[in-house]
Design a protein around this ligand. Structure first.
Ligand code: DAT
Ligand code: MG
Length: 145
């Protein structure tokens, strides 16, 4: 599948431990379905600290890395592959800004996030990172065609 925009674009979504704890798995999925975003793979897992550090390796040198990886490994998460036209940007719009105080009204983070760290959902930010992140959790055999 091409990493370019348009048809068949895909992205990784995660309902983070706070989203699972708050009972928001269904709410997040409902928002995807309402937008016509297709889910082509989905699994519930609990990341080890090491797996969380691998996933967030790009943020290794940030001051919040320790706290972020502790949080993301603090409970089960739901990892999903989303597919559709322009789905990377569409998912980012549904999520809202990283900091819920700056997120647009009606976005997942504005509606439910506690703060900049406990912000309910993850979404890939570009085609290259989407492919890397999908590979971190899923093989081709996991993806519904
Ligand atoms: P996003 O999740 O919107 O792509 P990001 O890639 O910049 O945001 O950061 C990844 C995660 O790291 C983010 O969801 C929560 C955490 N994070 C980012 N900035 C932070 C900060 N200033 N303080 C604490 N955690 C932060
Ligand atoms: Mg990011």
């Amino acid at each position: 599948m091409s990493g370019e925009g348009g048809r068949g674009e895909r992205t990784l979504s995660i309902v983070k431990p706070d989203g699972v704890r708050k009972g928001l798995i269904g709410e997040v999925i409902r928002r995807f379905e309402k937008e016509g975003i297709r889910i082509s793979a989905m699994r519930m897992i609990r990341l080890t600290r090491g797996e969380a550090e691998g996933f967030y390796a790009v943020h290794r040198d940030r001051p919040f890395f320790g706290s972020l990886t502790e949080f993301i490994s603090s409970g089960p998460v739901v990892v999903m592959v989303l597919e559709g036209d322009d789905v990377i940007a569409r998912n980012r719009r549904l999520m809202g800004a990283t900091d819920p105080k700056k997120a647009d009204k009606g976005t997942i983070r504005a509606d439910f996030a506690h703060n900049v760290e406990q912000n309910i959902v993850h979404g890939s930010d570009a085609p290259e990172t989407a492919e890397t992140e999908i590979r971190y959790f899923f093989s081709d055999l996991d993806l519904v065609r």
